[in-house]
Structures are given as C-alpha cells and as structure tokens.
Design a protein around this ligand. Structure first.
Ligand SMILES: [Zn+2]
Length: 366
C-alpha cells in the first residue's frame, strides 16, 4: 500500500535536555520523558536543521517530519510554504531562569545577518508556579544606550520589565524584544521555524562543558527594538457558541493562533488548503477525518495536512485546543470565520470584520 499523508498526523516529540530543564513535562503534561535527564523542551512540531519531530500514527508512523516533508511536502503544506514546515511548536519547562535573549526579525536578518532566520514568537502559558514571572522588554524610559551599557556590564535584568503570568496568558515576543522565561513557568511556544537566538545574559552559569555559554551582545544590539509600550500579555476576544467558545489569540503574517474550548463536537474546515497544528491543553479530543480517528490527550499535538480540508473535533468532556495556522505568506483577504453562534447569548463575532488576513478556517458546531 502506498503511504499517504492525508490524515491527521499525531506528532512524536523530540525532547531536548537543558541545563535549566527538569521533569515538569512528565508531571504536568504526562509526557514520557527519557529517564534520568533534565528535559527543558519538547519539540512537538519541528522541521529545522537543529532537529525534527516525528510522526506516531498511521501509514507514516516512524517517519520524521523532515522525511514526510521531502516526500509529501505539497500534501502537508501549500506549495509556497515549502520546503520546510512553516512553524516550530514546542513546550518549554523552565525549572530555572532561562537566559536573557533577543531574536532577529526579517529586517535585521536582511540588513545584518543573512545567515540567520527571523524568529517571531508567541507563548501560551500552560502552568505557572506561585509568583511565576517572565521578563519582557524594558522598563519605561530606559534608553537604548542604557540597555547597551547594562548588557555589557551584566546588569541588563535590572532594567527589564518583570511581568507576572498565569496559565492561559498569551504573550507576544515580536522580533527584537529582549526577554526571558523565568523559573516555574511552562509555556507552549509557537514560532517561525528558526533557532536564531542572541543570548545577552546567562546568570554566570556554566554550560554542559563546564564553561560559560557564549553571549552575543553586539549582535543582539543590532536586532534590539525597545518597544517599551508594547503590551506583554495580549487580550483576546472570546466568542460564545452552543459548542463552547472561541478566541482569536494572534493574527500576524507568519501565523494565526486560535483557542477553542469545546463542550460539544465541531467541524473544522480549511477550504483554502492550509495546514493546521492542533495542541490539546486540557482534556481529550478525538480528531476524525473520514474513517480515521486520532485520539489526542493532554499535551498531544497533531498536524492536519493541507490536503485534508475537513476534520471533526470531538471533545471528551470539556477540552481546550490550540490551533496554529501558518500564515499565507502574501496576505489574502479572508479572516477567520466562526459560525453557529448562539443568537441569544453570543454576539455576531466582530472578529470576522476586524481580523487580519490569515487563511480561512471555518469552525462550526456538528
Ligand atoms: Zn525566545
């Protein structure tokens, strides 16, 4: 039988040991971690030179996402997004403070770093210990030259904004934003597929080889954008339906992110041939497409290939699922369409008119 990628692909994560990692992914998301290692990241969807995730169900079982992209690229993602899968999706478990860093954006890469790739990031907080915080941008009034001086003398944390976070918060890290995830916080990170990171402060820690990990201060300063007025946490618009509720979390050129809280089954249609990444953040969901059914548990991720234009999501009890949809590249004129709203309770979603121009995905009650 010819293997076909036209079914919901359950992802096999790639676990990354880190000096700041631990066993939180096992405790909170029930991940089966390799024994005895401090795991910092679970790469759920990855097709980058630094690593690839795998496929854990159906005819493609055992194949890496890289191999699947090579063989079935156009069935997985629209042609203009090839040759690599256009999103990198990870869980990050910060059992200690992560290094303070800056990622370059498209402009900085074009002007200064042709070998690097733009990295636009979004964090959805999965768990936060009491007092959990992150560092996002700089405090009001802090100038570029003060940041530069503090990066060089190792005190940059003192001029950064410290933002308390809790589960469910959504944080946008536009390229150029200086940031750090701090101890006790676990996030789902959705980002452009890039590992371009300029580290500017590492708390004087030693790496696995017993030496300090390298810093990239001069490069970070070329990518830095202060944006002291940019909100760290994003407000989302929640729309209530008979089947649960829907929130549009982010709608920017590289991707769109939505959150569904499901009490009843919905059908998800993507008529414009987009791939969709589903991540379950609460409960269990059965993804049905034709005769195929893929069971997703808490913390599981699956890719709905572009060649599949319709799937049903059946929650077991209450479930929460994140949809990450790679951007269209050049903008097209279609926003998210969510129908089946309750005439009495919910309002006609304003988001249809206001949203950006991501590819159309239609969610409807079954
Ligand atoms: Zn980052």
């Amino acid at each position: 039988m010819q293997a076909s990628p036209c079914y919901p692909l359950l992802c096999e994560p790639l676990f990354k040991p880190k000096i700041w990692g631990g066993r939180g992914l096992e405790k909170i998301l029930d991940k089966r971690l390799p024994p005895g290692e401090l795991i910092g990241e679970s790469w759920e969807v990855a097709d980058v030179p630094e690593g690839t995730s795998g496929i854990a169900n159906g005819p493609l079982t055992g194949m890496s996402l890289r191999q699947a992209m090579e063989q079935y690229g156009e069935a997985l993602v629209p042609a203009q997004q090839n040759p690599r899968f256009p999103l990198l999706v990870k869980f990050i478990d910060a059992q200690d403070d992560l290094s303070v860093q800056v990622h370059p954006g498209r402009d900085a890469c074009e002007r200064h770093f042709p070998e690097e790739r733009s990295k636009e990031e979004c964090w959805i907080v999965v768990h936060s210990a009491a007092g959990g915080c992150m560092l996002h941008g700089v405090q009001p009034g802090v100038t570029w030259s003060e940041v530069a001086a503090r990066m060089r003398d190792g005190t940059v944390v003192e001029c950064m904004r410290r933002v308390p976070v809790q589960a469910g918060d959504v944080v946008h890290l536009a390229p150029g934003t200086i940031h750090a995830l701090l101890k006790g916080v676990m996030v789902l990170e959705i980002q452009e597929p890039s590992d371009s990171t300029f580290r500017v402060y590492d708390y004087g820690r030693l790496g696995e080889d017993g030496r300090p990990r390298p810093l990239h201060i001069e490069r970070a300063l070329r990518a830095l954008r202060l944006r002291e007025d940019a909100p760290a946490k994003l407000a989302s618009r929640r729309q209530i339906f008979a089947w649960g509720h829907h929130e549009s979390l982010m709608d920017i050129a590289p991707y769109r992110i939505e959150r569904l809280s499901l009490q009843r089954p919905v059908v998800c249609e993507a008529p414009s041939a987009v791939s969709i990444v589903f991540v379950v953040l609460a409960g269990r969901v059965l993804v049905r497409q034709g005769d195929d059914a893929t069971a997703l548990r808490l913390g599981d991720t699956c890719i709905l290939p572009a060649a599949v234009d319709r799937a049903e999501l059946h929650p077991e009890g209450d479930a929460q699922i994140i949809l990450a949809i790679p951007g269209p590249g050049p903008k097209k004129a279609a926003g998210p369409q969510v129908t089946g709203y309750n005439k009495g309770k919910g309002k006609r979603p304003k988001a249809e008119a206001e949203a950006g121009a991501g590819p159309a995905v239609r969610i409807e009650g079954l």
